[in-house]
Design a binder for this molecule. Sequence first.
Ligand SMILES: Cc1cc2nc3c(=O)[nH]c(=O)nc-3n(C[C@H](O)[C@H](O)[C@H](O)COP(=O)(O)OP(=O)(O)OC[C@H]3O[C@@H](n4cnc5c(N)ncnc54)[C@H](O)[C@@H]3O)c2cc1C
Length: 444
Amino acid sequence: MTTSSAPWQNWAGNVLASPSGRARPTTVAEVTAVVTEAADRGSRVKCVGAGHSFTPAAATDGVLVSLDDLTGIESIVPTLDADGRVDGADVTVWAGTRLHRLGPLLWDLGLAQPNLGDFAEQSLAGAVSTGTHGTGCSAPGLPATVVGLQLVTADGTALTCSRTSHQDVFEAARLGIGALGIITKMTIHCVPAFALRAEERPWTLSAALEDLEGFARSADHAEFFWFPHTDAVNVKRNTRLPGDTALRPVGRIRELVSDELLSNEVFGALCRAAARRPSLTPRLNRVASGALSARTFTDRSYRVFASPRRVRFREMEYAVPVDAASAVLRDLREAIDRSGIVTPFPVEVRFAAADDVWLSTAYRREVCYIAVHQFHLMDHTELFRLAEEIFLAAGGRPHWGKMHTRTAADLSHMIEHFGDFVSVRDRLDPDRVFGNTYTERVLP
Ligand SMILES: Cc1cc2nc3c(=O)[nH]c(=O)nc-3n(C[C@H](O)[C@H](O)[C@H](O)COP(=O)(O)OP(=O)(O)OC[C@H]3O[C@@H](n4cnc5c(N)ncnc54)[C@H](O)[C@@H]3O)c2cc1C
């Protein structure tokens, strides 16, 4: 372990912390040693992934542990369907592995993660620990694909858990917001490698809201970005195809223009202009939405799911019941227009299947995720306050890695297994070795 007074901040720059020390273990034994030594000294410990949460989930005043040296695939066990045919594999992956590195590793093995978010810098354990999701009415979030994990607990035990071993720890730790210990490896169910045919095109919010559920089911993975202060949306529909489909990826030049220039460089310039002259934002949003033209391409799944995001922003995202989502979006549009608040960032609308993960935002209900963003140089407070009010009125639940104001008292009424989670935590970490300011707010 190194003692370092260097401050830490998350990707968005809205969370700052001063860890008392840092550790970069390379084995499970070293993780155990870091935890027990810190616990003996009365110091707290927190594992950080890529630091991409907008909440202070990974912040600590104690020892900040990075698993950047605990990466890669450990083992693969083929799995069979009910008819005895191989339907994928359970793959054990070291917890610090970044998702953008895992995609190519799995592809070379003929495998893929069934679903991903729209970005892949995160570590596997970090993404799973906050309930990271993608889009698709038949596609649950990442925690639902976890079938086992190894957790180093506060007393230094390396506990292996699954549905058949330490089941309650498994149910809690597969979305544990870093509060139960350090996950050193995870076994995730992977499917045979598949391609995605992506169709992107401009549309209108008014048309999308006429039949939002129909839109949600119009492709395996459907989503759209709505540009506030306009009726413009950019729709993305991804259709799953077999892994040996002939690929027609975006050409290098088109990729440079569309993903790098329009989605990052030009978009960043528009955001800076909006920060300087907020009254220009509606006009800038019309320019930004108009610049994104229709395109169709087919590529490996992990390349289609995720794109680079270089313009820094703040984000709040809630999962609302699918049948409430149209009304929520209408209310949000009205509230933004009425308030005079401006944002150059699109509102992102995605969907997920119900799952059975205790702390999941999609626990036992199909959901629509609605995310509001603000450019990092503009004030997000009022926009997020009014959006949160609307999300909560619709029975929404906050994403654990994105900004929200809920406390343990609120969450205990929203989450069926909140008490079960707390019991597991009380048993595994009575002294709150893995506590931080975030867990102090969202857990008792
Ligand atoms: C640009 C951008 C795009 C995003 N896109 C999406 C998206 O498409 N969908 C979505 O749902 N979310 C998205 N997010 C949110 C992001 O996926 C989550 O916040 C995720 O947790 C970040 O992963 P991370 O590795 O950076 O974790 P961190 O932020 O570093 O940590 C998150 C939590 O995980 C814990 N943790 C990390 N590693 C371990 C471990 N080994 N053991 C135990 N606990 C651990 C930490 O202690 C912390 O509590 C996005 C965020 C950004 C900034």
